[in-house]
Design a protein around this ligand. Structure first.
Ligand SMILES: NCc1[nH]cc(CCC(=O)O)c1CC(=O)O
Length: 322
């Protein structure tokens, strides 16, 4: 057992993007592995990997991400490094991960999920109801845009990108009067201590993105040493919830142009899955929920997706392939 643990001479290489949030997630993963095996920090090496998503986002910072690239934009280079041995594990925000991984890689280790909710952030407004008609709200998320316009068609939405710090600065500079950010990200950045005024949105009011608040750790499929390490920090209840949500997403074949929300919760041995699909302008929304045994997450997710697809009708996704 101990002879397969990483050492300062043979550190475990942890791959991550370079944003402050991504680094915080990599450091959290390292801290959990250090604690689980009583290892020094030097037994790990955090390797920052620049992705084509980061590059293109730099070039066209004001263009919606959906116009710039497609699925896997922020994961391609990281997964290449994993396959070639440049890194041993990759730490990801699960909400940004495609539902399928490249051949040779496995994503089956999850840290305990954090707050799944979105936060409403608006200086001087406690909730959506406080916003005057025509108020400008900044978001780059198609889901948040559609959900917002569904509830408040009178508001104006502008593209809002960049990391957390950039977005908060844009709010401060008056580019928009309000925005939404994931509570989990704010928490990991130490920003839920009251310095930034925020109102958590209940999932009933704004259903979060599939896998929001969950960190996943990817590895090579045949790397048994790493598998043993990761098993020690894996959180099974999070995996059960994500199995339902990601199956829901996969059955809907959610591209990044498709506003989709989904949240599974565990109560005893029962999974309760809520799902929502919207037209990009928010004018049409279909939502429903279903429950099933915790071991049946994949079936539950697929069934709820088919139910919503059936109700929405074949034309609902027509705009996806113009
Ligand atoms: N799309 C960017 C992204 N990916 C994961 C998070 C937050 C952390 C999480 O949900 O795990 C964020 C920022 C945000 O939506 O506010």
């Amino acid at each position: 057992m101990t002879d397969m643990l990483p050492t300062p001479d043979h550190p475990l290489k942890i791959g991550t993007r370079g944003s402050p949030l991504a680094l915080a997630q990599a450091h959290e993963t390292r801290a959990r592995l250090m604690a689980a095996f009583d290892l020094p920090e030097a037994a790990f090496r955090v390797v920052v990997i620049r992705t084509s998503g980061d590059d293109r986002a730099m070039i066209a910072a004001d263009r919606p991400l959906k116009e710039i690239g497609n699925k896997g934009l922020f994961t391609k280079e990281i997964e290449e490094q994993l396959l070639s041995g440049g890194i041993d594990i990759a730490v990801h925000s699960m909400k940004d991960m495609p539902t399928e991984q490249p051949a040779g890689l496995l994503l089956d280790c999850y840290l305990p999920r954090e707050d799944v909710r979105d936060a409403f952030i608006a200086p001087g407004a406690a909730g959506l109801a406080d916003l005057a008609p025509g108020t400008v709200v900044g978001t780059s998320s198609l889901r948040r845009r559609a959900q917002l316009l569904n509830r408040r068609p009178d508001l104006r939405v502008v593209e809002f990108r960049g990391n957390l710090q950039t977005r908060l600065k844009k709010l401060h500079d008056g580019v928009a009067a309000a925005t939404f950010l994931a509570m989990a990200g704010l928490g990991r950045m130490g920003m839920t201590g009251g310095d930034v005024p925020m109102t958590p949105m209940s999932p009933g009011d704004m259903l979060p993105a599939v896998a929001q608040g969950a960190i996943g750790i990817e590895r090579r499929i045949n790397d048994d040493c790493t598998a043993t390490l990761l098993a020690a920090i894996h959180h099974a209840p999070t995996a059960l919830r994500l199995s339902a949500e990601r199956s829901f997403l996969a059955t809907l074949d959610g591209s990044c142009e498709t506003p989709i929300a989904g949240l599974a919760e565990l109560d005893g041995g029962t999974l309760r899955l809520r799902g929502e699909i919207l037209s990009p302008d928010g004018a049409t929304a279909w939502a429903d929920e279903a429950s099933g045994a915790e071991s049946q997450g994949v079936e539950l997710g697929a069934a709820l997706a088919r139910q919503l697809l059936g109700r929405a009708g074949p034309d609902f996704f027509a705009w996806r392939h113009p």
